[in-house]
Write a protein that binds this ligand. Structure first.
Ligand SMILES: [Zn+2]
Length: 190
């Protein structure tokens, strides 16, 4: 029947043309787009570092609009050297002063361990230079991430650094107290 022919063709087309879908969506976006005439400097002077998790819509969750902030995302929202690189440019070249860190409930990094690197080495013959940065206690990971930002020598502004855990089931942020149990974070810096 033509129905089954159609659905298998659709399946093939869907799996091979996700990017085409995005490009088509962009054409519609651009059709209604007017140049906002904005400067590259974020209006709110804030950089948000967050996990790449697909359930976390930063702009909607934080009431952000186009041009408001820098968003820096990776697996876990981890403060890696590359995140420090982006924050340094954000502060020194583009005038941001505040940093917001956002981890979330049910993060994939909670189910991984550093063993992941060993498994990769066994598979491909080479151990990655990067740490997996997996964690077991999300609150503690936010604390040590705040610590990494605060102690970075490259940043101009480390006075306004706040960390949160976003609950993917309620959409609510829970702020993490930086003072509690930060010994591990300091040890990690050494
Ligand atoms: Zn995550």
């Amino acid at each position: 029947m033509s129905t089954s022919t159609h659905s298998s063709a659709d399946a093939v087309r869907t799996s091979s043309t996700v990017t085409d879908r995005l490009v088509e969506a962009n054409a519609r976006y651009a059709a209604d787009f007017t140049d906002p005439g904005m400067d590259a400097r974020p209006v709110l002077g804030v950089a948000v570092v967050a996990c790449m998790d697909a359930r976390l819509d930063l702009h909607a969750a934080l009431g952000l609009e186009l041009g408001d902030c820098h968003t820096i995302r990776n697996a876990g929202g981890v403060v890696t050297d590359d995140v420090i690189r982006s924050l340094t440019i954000s502060q020194r070249a583009l005038g941001t002063r505040s940093v917001v860190l956002i981890h979330h409930t049910g993060c994939g990094l909670e189910s991984l361990t550093e063993e992941f690197r060993h498994e990769l080495e066994m598979e491909v013959g080479q151990r990655p230079a990067w740490a997996v940065e997996s964690f077991r206690d999300v609150d503690q990971d936010v604390r040590q991430s705040m610590q990494r930002v605060r102690t970075s020598p490259f940043l101009l502004h480390s006075g306004d650094v706040r960390g949160f855990v976003f609950d993917v089931t309620t959409g609510l942020l829970r702020e993490i107290d930086p003072a509690t149990d930060s010994a591990e974070g300091r040890a990690d810096q050494a």
